[in-house]
Structure formats: structure tokens, C-alpha cells
Ligand binder design. Structure first.
Ligand code: FES
Length: 491
């Protein structure tokens, strides 16, 4: 029987690495015949989805090579690509997908011998890992107890007493403020919350006259992120006259800033009424998981801030650039202190491993409610529904679900404001936010960027530094140990 040898998809930039491969051939530099080359105009043209798709379609490894930094034919394409590749590696590692099957490097047109060496090195590494087991992977319960435990957030009951939260005080300030904004013509529409949802939850409320403001509510059941409605209100230029005000939790305000940076909104069209937030609860009064990890309890940007019964006008920053009120310690600490129920909510995070990812994927029915509820998913046609290329199979299997969720995670890299709308909307209880949260934390640590905290800073994934670290590239040690004790990816 023929011995197994890996199939490796190699994306090569036509200007450098593809020419380097040519030179390896003409220079008779031998390398293993395992790569299948796809010629691309620039490493910056690589969509991380191509790499994910290759892995899910059965490639044992993927190699991407472009011009050396500083030598890109399009000047900066590889600088942007470098960040994308580093973040993709982090995402794959978080999902427990063997990120060491994916290799990034730079080879110039004059480096035929280096091209051959790179292919040899990649082939050896992938061969050592054995055949890919990503395709058709199933959740593998570990009878030794190493299977991923579920986060017991249901144990958390948030108090909405006046001593702990100032919702009522803020609401009493909010209503006259909204009347004043409408009466004075500062805004023509306000998007806020009113009562009337199922199980006591508040629902979005659009008002355009001062008399309607009395129905506004602000409580710990104002869960939806309202920022997406702003895009709809302003999607027909010419039909809107005047500004739209949004009653914004910190995550809503951050989303508005992101949408503004992404040219989906004009900052001048929006009046942000910022409110402090100690966390939201579901219909049972249980703390929402996203709120338990929230570190931003005061909107970082606003036009008017209603906080502790005091209104402040301004840009949202003091002279030193820090938030007007310094955010308290993690919300989870506050919740722990206020929690009167046992057991404690401070349960350890389940390990990051493939079993956890696969078990969440098995719950998914691809209803796309996570996408529909996400402020950041505003594409008219989602990638997963595009026919060219055909990302989705006719009978969606676990690979399609993985592709969708990993693809969505790459799209939200550096853009997620951690509002938790995706998991709140999921009827199947899929917890996939942890993937995006890990990537979000990584981007903050690596590129010093948090989405939606100010208008001035360029989004991490739309910018670069010439000396950005090449974490996970060939020749660099991979610092991302996923800590998984649950075995290999797949079965
Ligand atoms: Fe080669 Fe941009 S042209 S990486």
C-alpha cells in the first residue's frame, strides 16, 4: 500500500514567492511534491476564509508565502496580510484546530533555494502531524473527565435593587432629557427602550415627539444592542432630516463608533445618549454571560452622559484621554459581590480545545440568528450565502457550520464590542462568543486596540506597523498553547 503523504495547499504571491518557486525549478533545487500551488496577486489578497475552507475541505496543510515586508508589489499588501495571518492563527488555536498545519512565510523572487527549504520544512512539520482529522470531526467525550465543562452562568442572579444599580435614577433623568432634545429640535428621532417584551424584557422603541418620551424605560432588561437600527434609519439618504439619538449602553455606544469608522454612519447624524450599565439580565433575572466579563461600564464616547443622576455633555473624554468615570473593576467582581444566590458565578472557564468547539457546532442549526442580531454583520449578502465561491453545501454538515462560525469570527476580529447579542439571540444555546472574545483579547494585547473606544484610533485589522510581530510565522516559536488536555482535533 502506498504510504500516506500530505496534501498541502500553497498560496503564493505571483510577484515574489511564485517567481521564487520558478527559480527553484530552474535552479534544480529539489523539494517535496506535496504542495498544490494557487497563484495569487498579493498575500494581501488572501482571505482567511480560503485557508479555513482548504483545511475543512481536506488539505493536510496550508502554506502562504508573499514578498518580504517592505517589498510588496502593492507596497503594503503584506503588512495588512501579516496581521490577518497572526489573528487567524490565534483563532484556529482557540478553536482547537491544529494551527500548526498553517504556515506563513516570505520568499522573494531571488530565493529559489529558500523556497525549496521552506517547502521541505512545511512538509516535514505537516507530515509529523499525520493526516488531517478536521473534516468530519465529531465531539469526542473524554470519559476521564477532561471533556469541556459548560459555564454555569445560570447560577448568577443579578440584583436590581436601588443600592446596587442606578437604573431608576438614570431613567428619571433620561425622560426629561429626551423631551428636551425633541422639543429643541436637536434630534428628530430617538431610539430607546419601552416595556412590552415577553417575560418582562424591554423592547426597542422609536419616538419622534416629546409626549412619547414618558414611555421610555431604562432598566437591566434593556438587552438588545440598538446600534444596528441606526444604519436602517439612515440607510435612505435624503429621507432623514435631523439627527437620530440613541440610548446607548457602553456596548451600544462602542458599536456606534465602530459603524462610524466603517463608514456605515456619519457621526454628525447621531446623538449618543450614554448610560452607565452594571449588566443586563435575561427573562429569568439571570446575568447575561457577556455582562459578566464586561470591563466597560461607562460609554467611552457620547454626546450626553446620564450617570448617577447627573448629566454631562461632551466628547466623552477628559483632557488626559481617559473615560470620564474610570471603569470599575471587572463587572464580574461586582456581580459576585451582589450575588445573594449560591453557587458563586466565578466558575473556571472551560478549556479552549477542539472538543469544546465541535460540541458547540453540533448544537448549531445554521439559523443565522447570531448574524442577524450582530451590529457588525451588515453585509447585504453574507459570505456564506454567496454562490461564487459556494461556501455552503446543499446539506449543511459540521464542516459548513465550522466554516460559517470561523468565517464570521474572522470578520469580527477587532470589531466585536462584546455585547453578547449573538448568544442572546441563539435559540440553540450555542456559545461561540468565547472564540471571538479570545481573539479580541489577543488583538488588544498584541496591537493595543479595543473596538469602539474612540473615534481617532484606526481599527487594528485595517492598519499595520512595519515592525508588527510575526507571531506563529515560520521561524517564530508559537506562543499559543491552547492548554487543551482533551486530545486531538476530531476523531
Ligand atoms: Fe507579493 Fe504583495 S505583491 S505580497
Amino acid at each position: 500500500m502506498e504510504a500516506w503523504s500530505p496534501k498541502i495547499v500553497a498560496f503564493l504571491c505571483t510577484w515574489c514567492s511564485y517567481a521564487g518557486a520558478d527559480l527553484a525549478g530552474t535552479g534544480r533545487n529539489q523539494y517535496p511534491p506535496n504542495i498544490r500551488v494557487i497563484r495569487i496577486p498579493c498575500s494581501g489578497r488572501i482571505n482567511p476564509l480560503y485557508i479555513i475552507k482548504a483545511l475543512l475541505e481536506g488539505a493536510d496543510g496550508v502554506m502562504v508565502s508573499g514578498c518580504h515586508p517592505g517589498d510588496c508589489h502593492y507596497l503594503v499588501g503584506n503588512y495588512y496580510a501579516r496581521r490577518r495571518f497572526v489573528v487567524l492563527k490565534k483563532l484556529l488555536t482557540t478553536a482547537g484546530i491544529e494551527a500548526d498545519r498553517v504556515h506563513f512565510t516570505w520568499v522573494s523572487a531571488s530565493e529559489g533555494a529558500r523556497f525549496a527549504d521552506v517547502v521541505k520544512e512545511v512538509t516535514e512539520k505537516v507530515t509529523a502531524m499525520g493526516p488531517s482529522t478536521i473534516v468530519g470531526a465529531k465531539h469526542n467525550q473524554d470519559s476521564s473527565g477532561n471533556n469541556c465543562p459548560q459555564n454555569d452562568s445560570a447560577a448568577v442572579i443579578l440584583s436590581d435593587s436601588e443600592e446596587s444599580y442606578s437604573f431608576e435614577e438614570q431613567q428619571s433623568e433620561l425622560i426629561p432629557l429626551c423631551k428636551k432634545l425633541l422639543e429643541g429640535g436637536t434630534v428628530s428621532i430617538i431610539i430607546g427602550f419601552q416595556e412590552g417584551g415577553e417575560m418582562g424584557l424591554s423592547v426597542p422603541y422609536f419616538l419622534n415627539s416629546p409626549a412619547e418620551a414618558d414611555k421610555l424605560v431604562w432598566n437591566n432588561r434593556c438587552v438588545p444592542n440598538l446600534s444596528g437600527y441606526l444604519c436602517e434609519v439612515h440607510s435612505s439618504p435624503g429621507e432623514m432630516s435631523g439627527k437620530t439619538a440613541i440610548i446607548a449602553k457602553p456596548c451600544d455606544a462602542r458599536a456606534v463608533i465602530c459603524l462610524t469608522k466603517e463608514n456605515q454612519l456619519k457621526r454628525d447624524d447621531v446623538h449618543i445618549i450614554g448610560l452607565t450599565c452594571d449588566g443586563m439580565v435575561d427573562e429569568n433575572g439571570t446575568a447575561l454571560p457577556a455582562c459578566m466579563n464586561c470591563k466597560v461600564r461607562i460609554p467611552p464616547v457620547y454626546d450626553t452622559l446620564v450617570s448617577d443622576g447627573k448629566q454631562r455633555d461632551g466628547s466623552g473624554t477628559q483632557g488626559d484621554g481617559s473615560p470620564v468615570l474610570s471603569a470599575p473593576q471587572d463587572c464580574i467582581s461586582a456581580i459576585c459581590q451582589n450575588n445573594t444566590e449560591e453557587p458563586s458565578p466565578c466558575v473556571p472557564e472551560p478549556p479552549l480545545c477542539f472538543e469544546r468547539f465541535a460540541s458547540e457546532m453540533e448544537k448549531c442549526i445554521l439559523c443565522f440568528s447570531c448574524r442577524q442580531s450582530c451590529y457588525g454583520c451588515y453585509c447585504k449578502t453574507c459570505f456564506v450565502e454567496r454562490g461564487e465561491p459556494d461556501w455552503q453545501t446543499a446539506s449543511p454538515d459540521i464542516g459548513t457550520k465550522m466554516l460559517y462560525h470561523l468565517g464570521r469570527a474572522t470578520h469580527l476580529s477587532g470589531r466585536c464590542v462584546e455585547c453578547g447579542a449573538c448568544e442572546n439571540a441563539c435559540a440553540s444555546g450555542v456559545d461561540i462568543r468565547y472564540l471571538i472574545r479570545e481573539v479580541t483579547n489577543f488583538i488588544e494585547e498584541t496591537y493595543d486596540y479595543q473596538a469602539g473606544m474612540d473615534l481617532a484610533t484606526e481599527p487594528a485589522m485595517l492598519s499595520y506597523k512595519t515592525d508588527d510581530p510575526e507571531i506563529g510565522f515560520l521561524g517564530f516559536e508559537n506562543p499559543n498553547d491552547n492548554g487543551c488536555t482533551g486530545g486531538d482535533a476530531g476523531v
